[in-house]
Each structure stands twice: as structure tokens, then as C-alpha cells.
Design a protein around this ligand. Structure first.
Ligand code: PMV
Length: 332
């Protein structure tokens, strides 16, 4: 079996040159419209299916790397102890690149995603870290390679290197170097995403264990790869025709189908809370009243609403003071 270190090694110079100046990079969060759910290979985070997402513009993670006397990981202005899971993951990722060379670093990670929005930050975190490592060690890696490396930190991080619509191709190769994301050229300036917080805080079952459990115990999962492939092609049509109904229906159906595979696992995996279902019902009521609004959900209780700018006022009236993102406002 190939390890992450085996794969990364091939792209590195034998001796690293570390920057004497701090390097800062930003990467956006992203929301999948066709989800990544299931790994065909766990060490390299290789997915069963391709996925397609929309990035959240200016919301994401900013990471600064600088030389320091000892390794230290900071999160939102606080130094973490070395044994926290986040610090351990970050240092293990950096080790892939510096190998046994004596370069000790300060990693300063800042998420500007409002904590109240209940969005995961591992995608933008590993994407920003990959960009910063590339620049700090002057590796000059291509976007494709960087996206494949970010994927080894967290699958969805492969998509967070880019703004706008992004597609992550599952790939075929054993080393996973054809499993990376690329941005689509299309823009959709009237598209809006509403972040509905149901609960924040650590979830009991992280996405890695959730995927394993689903693959091993849910026979419904067998239908998932074909549905994901169909949904990706629908999303391509929806994006090129600016067909909002097709985009929304595909994304909502895709998310609910993913959750159905989790619910069909054993022990059952249900990320929803009563308020998640209440928010879904509110979306369906609004649709009955003629307002085109859809939702998607990841491995957690929070909803992400999809609608167009002309309906923002109706959505705010129904959902109160939720964060609304214009994904293309900050995109290049
Ligand atoms: O990147 P991970 O390992 O956190 O998995 C992400 C899984 C989902 O958020 C549920 C779907 C997705 O494609 O982002």
C-alpha cells in the first residue's frame, strides 16, 4: 500500500528551502452540491465518487507559516497544546513535506467563518495549509498536484483551493494523483447560500468514521455511486443553463440520499436534530408558497439554503438573521 509520504516524496526537492519571511495564504470553505461520501482507499482519501461544490467566497481559513524555535499550532489566536487532534493533524501534514529536516514552524490558523454558522473548517484549513506550504518551501507545485495533496489532509479540502463551482474527479490511479479538483469556468452571480445554524460543536461521529460505517453496513450505499454520477451531470446542465430549479432539486435530493445511506447504517447514523427537520419543513412550506428555495446538508445538523438574490428578503423573513453568502462576490 502506498502511504501519503510515498506519494508526496516524489514531488519534493531533496533539500527544502524555507522562507525567512512569514507566508500567509487564504482558502474558502465549500459546500458540496453533489457530495463526497465514501472512500475507496482510506490512507490517501480516495473517493468512491466524484463531487461538485460551490466555494464560499471570502469565508474560509487564513493560514500563516513562519519559522519558530519549536513547532506550534495556533487556532483563532490561541496556542493549542500539541496533543489536540487539530494540532496533531496539522503537524502530521507538515511532516509529509519537511520529512526529517530540521525546520520548526509556527502555524497560525484563523477561520473567519462565523462559529455560529456551524460550518466545518477542515476543508478550507487543509487547503490554506497546502497553499502556504507550497509557497513557504518554494515548491512551485501545480494546482492539480496541490489539490491532490490537500485531499490527503481532508477529502473536501481538494475543492477548497478554488473559488466558484469546483469539481473533484474521483480518479483511477493507485497513487491518487488523478484524484484532484478543478474550478469550472461558469459564474452564477444571483446565487445565494444561507447558513442555518441548528447546533455547533464537535459531532460525535466524524465524517471519516461515518463513511466507513456506511460503506460497511448500509446496503443502500450500493445505489449511491450511480446516483452521484447522475447528479453531477444534472448539475453541469443546471449550471450551464442557469436552471435554478434543476440545481436546487439535484442538490437537495443528493444530500437527502446521502443521509438515507447513513440512516440505513448500523448502528444508525443520524446527524439531524429536531430543529434540522423543522428547518427542512420550513423550506418545503416556502416552496409550496411558490418561493424557489432548496437546502443541502453535510455530516451535521445544520442546513445550507440555496436560493437566488431576488428571494433573499423572503428567506430572511422566514429564517431570521441567518448568514447569507454571495459566493461569486469575492471570486476572481
Ligand atoms: O472532507 P471530509 O472528510 O470532511 O468529508 C466531507 C463529507 C461531506 O461534507 C459530508 C460531503 C462533502 O463532499 O463535502
Amino acid at each position: 500500500m502506498l502511504t501519503k509520504a510515498d506519494v508526496v516524496e516524489r514531488y519534493l526537492p531533496s533539500l527544502l528551502t524555507a522562507s525567512s519571511e512569514p507566508v500567509t495564504c487564504f482558502a474558502p470553505s465549500n459546500i458540496a452540491l453533489c457530495k463526497y461520501w465514501g472512500k475507496r482507499e482510506k490512507e490517501l482519501n480516495l473517493p468512491v465518487n466524484s463531487s461538485l461544490s460551490i466555494s464560499l467566497g471570502h469565508l474560509g481559513t487564513q493560514t500563516t507559516l513562519s519559522l519558530a524555535d519549536v513547532d506550534q499550532v495556533w487556532l483563532n489566536g490561541e496556542r493549542l497544546t500539541d496533543d489536540t487532534p487539530f494540532a496533531r493533524k496539522v503537524i502530521a501534514f507538515i511532516d509529509l513535506f519537511r520529512r526529517d529536516q530540521a525546520v520548526t514552524l509556527k502555524v497560525d490558523t484563523r477561520n473567519n467563518i462565523p462559529t455560529a454558522a456551524g460550518l466545518a473548517s477542515s476543508a478550507s484549513g487543509f487547503a490554506a495549509l497546502s497553499l502556504a506550504i507550497n509557497q513557504f518551501f518554494a515548491l512551485d507545485l501545480s494546482d492539480d498536484v496541490l489539490s491532490a495533496f490537500a485531499r490527503m489532509g481532508s477529502g473536501s479540502a481538494s475543492r477548497s483551493l478554488f473559488q466558484g463551482f469546483v469539481e473533484w474527479e474521483r480518479g483511477q490511479q493507485e497513487d491518487g494523483m488523478d484524484s484532484f479538483a478543478r474550478p469550472l469556468a461558469a459564474r452564477w452571480d444571483t446565487l445565494r447560500i444561507g447558513l442555518v445554524k441548528v447546533a455547533t460543536g464537535e459531532k460525535k461521529v466524524d465524517s471519516r468514521s461515518g463513511m466507513t460505517r456506511t460503506l460497511e453496513t448500509a446496503s443502500l450505499y450500493q445505489a449511491w455511486p450511480a446516483q452521484a454520477a447522475r447528479d453531477i451531470s444534472r448539475l453541469h446542465s443546471a449550471i450551464s443553463d442557469k436552471d435554478f430549479q434543476l440545481l436546487g432539486e439535484t442538490a437537495e435530493h443528493n444530500a437527502l440520499s446521502m443521509h438515507a445511506t447513513m440512516i440505513a447504517s448500523w448502528p444508525p447514523l443520524i446527524y439531524w436534530q429536531p430543529d434540522s427537520l423543522a428547518a427542512m419543513q420550513k423550506v418545503w412550506q416556502l416552496r409550496e408558497q411558490g418561493i424557489p428555495i432548496y437546502f443541502t446538508m453535510d455530516a451535521g445538523p445544520n442546513l445550507k439554503l440555496l436560493f437566488e438574490a431576488e428571494h433573499e428578503a423572503d428567506v430572511l423573513t422566514a429564517f431570521g438573521e441567518i448568514e447569507v453568502v454571495n459566493p461569486f462576490s469575492a471570486a476572481p
